[in-house]
Design a protein around this ligand. Structure first.
Ligand SMILES: Cc1cc2nc3c(=O)[nH]c(=O)nc-3n(C[C@H](O)[C@H](O)[C@H](O)COP(=O)(O)OP(=O)(O)OC[C@H]3O[C@@H](n4cnc5c(N)ncnc54)[C@H](O)[C@@H]3O)c2cc1C
Length: 381
């Protein structure tokens, strides 16, 4: 009998498996319907021998010392600060918008103080900020909004920023200095040997059994366990009984090129041209040296693997209904990006998984093992 059946071997599932096995001596079966561990953070060496991220670029960054120190038990790191350029008006300029962006775009020589005045002169102040359009127009005005945000957001989400919750564009700051780093977090680094190696280390414990190519529904009636941790889509768990929660998906087009460097930055965004949103060149992220280079194009789409929960009020309402069901489901914890229908970065999922572990271990301290075992023995779903 397993103590836990964990559905999904991404960050949420793998961290809970590691904690429960390593710290609480629990026996864990972790299943994933994909043919690999790591969830969306999975990376692998392609046919040319270049390390690539199968599901698009994953850049690790966090302000949480706890999260960074926890993961550091399972990987060494490579220092890496992410930088992005945007193709606008025939030029490649840094994004987030900063002093260099504006000076290059308009051929100006402003200083930080003058840039602040410039933003004030073009901003359209809003009384209430509700949508993704409001956030940007309120800060930098309509022209920059049109050049950098409107079409990119429409491509990415399939809807106009005026219909999308403010949280989406609020993630991208505007700066009056020359800081062209994409993130400003205290800890910015990439796992030295890649994400998948880190996941292998997380799951390398005699109490953890890993089963791939397996949907949990195929085995739940056959393999006894006491409790479940579910990290898949919450609506699917309840057979979409209130309807499907909308997700945005992506097609990834990977290419290996016969040149050692393809573009001048790790990521180039294309807000206004092409059907794809951005091109990533992996060697910048991984530091690998190779005579060829591998890139990936991202084409947003409505159907397919669920990647991004769509933050709109009606979806939040629908999620609330599933959350009420989830809260009322005994012996199942819903953890991670899909199970809580939230746009989480990797570090936030790590923090969430550690918090759930703290709750579970606290609970088992107050409920002695035999009592727990008796109450749950034979509970097989
Ligand atoms: C294109 C893209 C780029 C991203 N870039 C970044 C970034 O740069 N930095 C960052 O911090 N975050 C980034 N993220 C977010 C990051 O991927 C997530 O925060 C993280 O992977 C979430 O982990 P998770 O365990 O919650 O979910 P997942 O990684 O999605 O893992 C869930 C797993 O559950 C499995 N599963 C689902 N249902 C079942 C079932 N019925 N049976 C068995 N298995 C099942 C799935 O196959 C999947 O492997 C990005 C996400 C995407 C899509």
């Amino acid at each position: 009998m397993f103590d836990y059946l964990i559905v999904g071997a991404g960050f949420a599932g793998s961290i809970l498996a590691e904690r429960l096995a390593n710290q609480s001596g629990k026996k864990v079966l972790i299943v994933d319907r994909r043919n690999h561990i790591g969830g969306n953070a999975y990376d692998h060496y392609n046919e040319a021998g270049i390390l690539v991220h199968k599901y698009g670029p994953h850049i690790f960054h966090t302000n949480s010392r706890d999260v960074f120190e926890y993961l550091s038990h399972f990987t060494e790191w490579r220092r890496y600060e992410h930088r992005v350029l945007a193709s606008v008006d025939g030029q490649l300029v840094p994004i987030p918008i900063n002093l260099n962006t504006i000076n290059k775009l308009y051929g100006l020589k402003l200083n930080s103080f003058e840039l602040e005045k410039f933003f004030e002169s073009v901003a359209e102040p809003k009384d209430s900020i509700r949508t993704s359009e409001d956030v940007v127009v309120n800060k930098v005005g309509r022209e920059l909004y049109e050049k950098f945000f409107r079409n990119y957001t429409r491509k990415q989400w399939g809807i106009d920023p005026s219909e999308l919750d403010k949280s989406v564009t609020a993630r991208v700051p505007t700066r009056t200095n020359r800081d062209d780093r994409y993130f400003t977090d205290t800890y910015q680094a990439m796992p030295l040997y890649g994400f998948t190696r880190m996941f292998e280390n997380l799951l390398n414990h005699p109490n953890i059994k890993v089963m791939l190519n397996t949907d949990y529904r195929e085995i739940r009636g056959m393999i006894p366990y006491k409790e479940m941790i579910y990290t898949g889509p919450v609506d699917e768990f309840f057979d979409c009984r209130f309807g499907k929660l909308p997700y945005r998906s992506l097609d990834f087009k990977h290419e290996t090129l016969n040149e050692s460097v393809h573009q001048t930055a790790p990521v180039v965004n294309y807000p206004n041209e092409h059907l794809y949103t951005r091109i990533t060149e992996f060697k910048y992220l991984t530091g690998q040296e190779h005579s060829k280079t591998s890139i990936v194009y991202e084409f947003p789409k409505a159907e397919g693997d669920p990647y991004y929960p769509v933050p709109r009020p009606e979806n939040a309402e629908l999620y609330k209904k599933y959350k009420a069901l989830a809260d009322a489901t005994p012996n199942v914890e819903f953890v991670g990006r899909l199970a809580t229908y939230k746009y989480y970065n990797m570090d936030q999922v790590v923090a969430q998984a550690l918090a759930v572990y703290a709750k579970l271990s606290d609970r088992s301290r107050w409920q002695p093992e035999e009592k727990n075992g008796h109450a749950l023995a034979g509970t097989v779903r």
